[in-house]
Design a protein around this ligand. Structure first.
Ligand code: FAD
Length: 609
């Protein structure tokens, strides 16, 4: 709500924003330098001093933050929530600051291993795999787009042997999380009064409506893609509250933290889950806080919600994973399970920018922007960048009519322009110079094409026994033997190229940036082979990694947890986060991860009450 802003307050805020930008400019991720010697710590002292809880939740992100908050609703239960990252600051709430956050300690700063099939335009052929390290997890740094996916996604989860996870089962949880604030919505699919505020972006460019108009010209209807029918174009729905990031820390943990039975410990990194190798029962965790080792005991359960990279990493560090890999690293095997064998992600092709025959908008006054955002939550600082999303089915799809194989992401002011943004995605200098630098002084927009259901599967392995080392992420996108993924991306590119040709964009004379992508110049610009080369060079991870602790019945060769999220063969240990997602969803993954947190909490309550 509007409030009196003193000059001092605004000046302090400006200083804080500048500091964060400075950190982002200077920050480098130096994982390899972090030495960890378990013998250095006094384990027996930690065991003697161990605190006892009913439940320990590892990770406070989209799912973990929700699980901890919901479990703490039972006053008799004592909950410990351990989070490796720091609390948010007021500056992380500014949507317009989102991309800076990826170059700060709020990101674990992982990358893929060098890739041969994609990421060819990135430094060392490694794509960035940002993932949040903060109270609120990735919701503290993500792009805030709110998408649930398609009904069929969840029906496929159930068809894969996961009873209780079909669309009709999960819809109540999507509704429970939500406090919808859209001008029009269908109450069958939406709800008011839940923790997560969902609204339209509080700053939209003039082109957002053109995107919808272009769709109509192409016979594509305008939809609420989180409602009855996903197929079509819509204005992006976002998890902001009056223009301010509404992270899980804000939405769930802030209200819950006054409860005496919930102990939230940021800057506390779990290094091992304690599991009795004989009884196969989890009993607690070891964690490092401020350089000291602590032990915490869980009387009832440990819930692992460290995200799709760190949950499998922690399982393996604790002896749960592929036997051969663990033995290779001399980790005693507690359970031989296919942890990390089923890595799925969404890639997005970012090489399509369009130039408008218009003067580039004059830069706005940063001070006025801040005052406007502080007062009203509006203006350029409330900008989400991706203003429109579209769900389409290309002609190469063999799926039903109402199942998208491509998501279109429409962003005015091509969101890859600017060196810091380029640094986020590790793009090679020659690519930036050849492709995007010539656009810096032009009015542009970009259309990205995201593959919703990749057939390619990657792997996640441990690099070493050191819990501070990043895991090895071999994403292997665009490697499926039938080339389904590359052909679908190509079909998506062709569809996307129709959008600027509509009257809605031709009124600005929109035309494709025809600077060829360095590395693909030898191919005829615009030919199929050119686009295939371009896709392999400039497809990036949308940080939607899933499946690394896949949910499925015991006979499923890739399954790590069952439909109650219990780790197969282990007692008192569940995984609840994006890593359990068994079949990729037709959208961005945050809402699904929150839904998993909500449902996990209900399953646990049901089991223990
Ligand atoms: C930059 C970025 C942009 C994105 N944009 C969108 C978007 O616009 N829309 C969307 O729907 N999705 C988006 N996503 C994806 C989405 O945010 C994630 O899929 C979702 O948040 C995953 O939830 P999670 O609970 O699995 O893990 P997370 O939310 O990542 O939470 C895991 C938590 O565990 C903590 N942790 C990890 N290891 C340990 C340890 N050893 N000890 C203690 N704590 C630990 C982490 O620090 C983190 O806080 C984006 C992600 C990123 C990174």
């Amino acid at each position: 709500s509007p409030f009196e802003l003193t000059d001092n307050y605004v000046a302090e805020f400006e200083k804080g924003m500048e500091e964060l930008k400075h950190i982002a400019q200077e920050h480098h991720f130096h994982h390899e330098d972090i030495h960890y010697d378990p013998d250095h710590h006094n384990v027996s002292e930690a065991l003697t001093e161990a605190e006892n809880y009913d439940f320990i939740v590892i990770g406070s992100g989209s799912a973990g933050g929700v699980v901890a908050a919901r479990l703490s609703e039972i006053p008799e239960w004592k909950i410990l929530l351990l989070e490796a990252g720091a609390p948010e600051t007021p500056y992380t709430q500014i949507p317009g600051m989102a991309y800076h956050l990826q170059n700060t300690p709020y990101n674990w700063g992982y990358t893929t291993t060098p890739q041969e099939s994609f990421c060819l335009g990135m430094e060392e052929n490694k794509c960035a795999c940002a993932t949040g390290k903060a109270l609120g997890g990735s919701t503290a740094i993500n792009s805030m787009m709110y998408t649930r996916g398609n009904k069929r996604d969840y029906d496929l989860w159930a068809d894969n042997g996961n009873l209780g996870w079909c669309y009709d089962d999960v819809l109540p949880y999507f509704k429970k999380m939500e406090n919808i604030d859209l001008p029009h919505f269908d109450r069958k699919y939406h709800h008011q009064g839940g923790p997560v505020h969902v609204e339209v972006p509080q700053h939209l460019s003039e082109y957002a409506e053109d995107f919808l108009e272009a769709g109509k010209e192409l016979g594509i209807k305008t939809v609420d893609y989180n409602g009855a029918d996903q197929m079509g174009f819509g204005i992006t729905q976002v998890t902001t509250k009056h223009g301010k990031r509404n992270s899980v820390a804000q939405a769930y943990l802030q209200p819950a933290k006054k409860r005496h039975n919930l102990n939230i410990k940021p800057l506390s990194q779990v290094v091992e889950i304690l599991i009795n190798p004989h009884t196969k029962e989890a009993s607690g965790v070891k964690y490092i806080h401020d350089g000291k080792l602590y032990v915490a005991k869980a009387e009832k359960e440990v819930i692992l919600s460290a995200g799709a990279y760190n949950s499998p990493q922690l399982l393996m560090l604790s002896g749960i994973g592929p036997k051969e890999d663990l033995e290779h690293l001399e980790i005693p095997v507690v359970a031989d399970l296919p942890v990390g064998k089923h890595l799925k992600d969404h890639i997005s092709f970012i090489g399509m920018d369009f130039i408008l025959n218009k003067e580039k908008d004059k830069p706005t006054d940063p001070h006025e922007d801040l005052v406007q955002w502080l007062k009203e939550g509006k203006g350029p600082l409330a900008s989400i960048r991706a203003e429109g999303l579209g769900y389409i089915r290309t002609e190469v799809s063999k799926d039903p009519e109402d199942y998208p194989d491509i998501e279109i992401i429409f962003s005015p002011k091509s969101r890859k322009i600017g060196e810091e943004k380029a640094r986020n995605i590790r793009v090679k200098k020659e690519i930036y110079d050849g492709l995007w630098r010539p656009l810096e002084d032009k009015e542009t927009f970009s259309i990205e094409v995201m593959l919703t259901h990749p057939k390619s599967t990657g792997t996640l392995k441990l690099k070493s026994k050191n819990p501070f080392h990043p895991p090895l992420l071999d994403a292997r996108q665009l490697t499926d033997p039938d080339n389904h993924d590359l052909e679908t991306m190509l079909a998506g590119v062709k569809k996307a190229l129709e959008i600027p040709k509509t009257h809605a964009f031709q009124k600005y004379g929109a035309h494709l940036n025809e600077h060829p992508i360095p590395g693909c110049e030898a191919l005829e610009f615009g030919s199929e082979n050119y686009w295939k080369c371009a896709i392999r060079h400039l497809s990036v991870s949308l940080r939607h990694t899933t499946g690394t602790c896949r949910m499925g019945p015991k006979h499923d060769k890739d399954a790590v947890v069952d439909n109650k999220l219990k780790v197969h063969g282990i007692h008192k240990l569940r995984v609840a986060d994006a890593s359990v997602i068994p079949v990729s969803i037709s959208g961005h993954t945050n809402a699904a991860a929150i839904m998993i947190g909500e449902k996990a909490a209900d399953i646990i309550k049901h089991d223990w009450l």
